[in-house]
Design a protein around this ligand. Structure first.
Ligand code: 13P
Ligand code: ZN
Length: 273
């Protein structure tokens, strides 16, 4: 099967394009990766080549031999739909967990996203928790970024404020969200910090930069990003009205919600203000 005909590739392209349409991917902002299922690798195998092994910039022994579909560094999300073979690549991790090679895509040269260490380390952490996790998505979510200039950069504060903005939030991300203080992107240190948070959460906000989301499939991961960003948009509007909150969802209300929807909401997010 041609790579671009595979269902997982079509879904990947659709997800990238949806993020572009929502305004989260100016220029080359953001990146997306998918841990490909073995059957899907087999289905496209005849169209894979063997590139040179390169340093992955990290060590991911839990991902030995895995294949990933991933956006290219410097590639624009707006161009993914039109030219997937230029903007995307499939990479294979070697049997040491330290190197990768390009086996498809990036036909005009280049390399996978500069955030490859964060993507791979997040995949490794999530796979160890549950093998169903397959998608890691980084978007430059306007409203979540805006909030990192005015709220304390604490997991408890971000989680609680977002939960209050839309009743679906505590149901969609009951574990909460993590916050990484501003750091230089594109390297190993920020990857370490982010995957620490990914042990607890499916969402990690990079202060003054963007958001990482993890999920089982494209719809769930995109939906998670969208839900958090929508809640952030509501909070930005509330704060912009300059009147404070006259009423909101209170800790007692969250407790009622957790019973009816059978979700565990950690006590540390339900603090008295
Ligand atoms: P890449 O183009 O290397 O994926 O970088 C975009 C980005 O958002 C960096 O954080
Ligand atoms: Zn970014």
């Amino acid at each position: 099967m041609r790579v671009t005909e595979a269902e997982f590739v079509k879904k990947f392209i659709k997800t990238a394009d949806d993020g572009w349409i929502l305004g989260w991917h100016e220029r080359n902002g953001g990146n997306l990766s998918y841990r490909i299922k073995p059957d899907d690798v087999s289905a496209v195998k005849e169209n894979l080549k063997e590139g040179e092994w390169r340093d992955a910039g990290t060590y991911v022994p839990g991902l030995k031999g895995e294949f990933f579909l991933v956006t290219g560094s410097g590639k624009f999300f707006k161009n993914v739909k039109e030219d997937p073979e230029d903007t995307l690549s499939i990479i294979e991790i070697d049997d040491t967990g330290k190197r990768y090679r390009i086996v498809w895509g990036l036909v005009n040269g280049g390399r996978p996203t500069s955030e490859l260490p964060t993507h791979l380390m997040n995949h490794e952490v999530k796979k160890a928790i549950n093998d169903k996790y397959r998608v890691i998505y980084h978007a430059h979510t306007t409203n979540l970024i805006a909030l990192t200039f005015v709220l304390p950069l604490e997991d408890e504060v971000f989680t609680r404020e977002l939960w209050e903005m839309a009743t679906e939030c505590p149901v969609v991300f009951p574990d909460g969200v993590g916050v990484v203080p501003w750091m230089v992107p594109g390297g190993y240190e920020i990857a370490v910090k982010t995957c620490e948070l990914m042990k607890k959460y499916d969402l990690a906000i990079w202060a003054h930069h963007g958001t990482f989301a993890a999920g089982f499939d494209f719809d769930l991961t995109f939906g998670l990003m969208h839900t958090a960003e929508k809640a952030a948009e509501i909070l930005v509007k509330v704060l912009s009205m300059g009147m404070g909150k006259k009423q909101t969802v209170e800790p007692e209300d969250f407790k009622k919600l957790s019973k009816v929807f059978s979700v565990d909401l950690p006590e540390r997010f339900l603090y008295e203000k």
